[in-house]
Design a protein around this ligand. Sequence first.
Ligand code: NAD
Length: 251
Amino acid sequence: MKLKGKIALVTGAGSGIGEAIAFLFAREGADIAVNDINPETAEKTVDEVKNIGRKAIALEADVADTDQVNAMVDRVVDEFGGVHILVNNAGIPIHGPFIEKQTPETWDRVVAVILRGTYLCSRRVGQWMVENRTGKIVNISSIAGARATPHIPSYGAAKAAVIQMTRTLAVDWGKFGINVNCISPGIINTPLTQRTFALWQTPEEIRQRIPLEVMGEAEDIANAALFLVSDEARYITGVNLPVDGGILAKG
Ligand code: NAD
């Protein structure tokens, strides 16, 4: 088991990619702090993690809210004794397809959840990690942060900023033994995808965009996250790893 004795906080772990990461990390021996803004789905993930045989707690919190994030991280440290791994995964569906009809409020909320949320959680968990001279952080960005993706300026801009923040945190916190890396998923089969661009693109149109010719699964992202938080990746920090079936390579 690669994560025996580790405590992992996964945001947005009630669904999709976050849920898959929670399950895989639990199967590798980690206890899991399951954050989600939706308490019912967080509890469901907690039950599954307990079925795997690991400890888990559900943490209802909005990652964009400073007080809620601080209280959440403090509770993890109180109940588990620390937090060795943070996965900043929480994200919200993107609103398409007409940019000119999107509201400033939509912009603010998307940027708050994706960018401010990643900052707030990294900041509070980072205080424990710096003090304890250890830690692994994985930020879930998107290929939309590296190339123009139609209809979603707020999402793409926030995801690009997450890639850049990954580099800054990696450089600042390297001396404390903290690895900070980023994963950019491509088109992954999750509830978010089903609620958004799958509505305005056919499965065949989606398939044609992907060199490997299939959508990814949440487990593909979980496998990459496991590698980045494992000892095998101890010398890797500040990178952005696309897990996208070749979409970025295609250009
Ligand atoms: P999902 O909708 O299945 O899961 C996202 C989870 O985040 C949900 O459970 C939701 O309740 C939670 N959440 C939303 N806002 C929150 C908040 N403010 N605080 C706490 N939790 C919150 O989506 P997913 O596809 O699993 O996406 C996970 C991450 O991967 C997101 O950051 C998303 O942008 C990114 N991503 C997904 C894809 C894809 O194709 N699915 C591609 C690129 C990047």
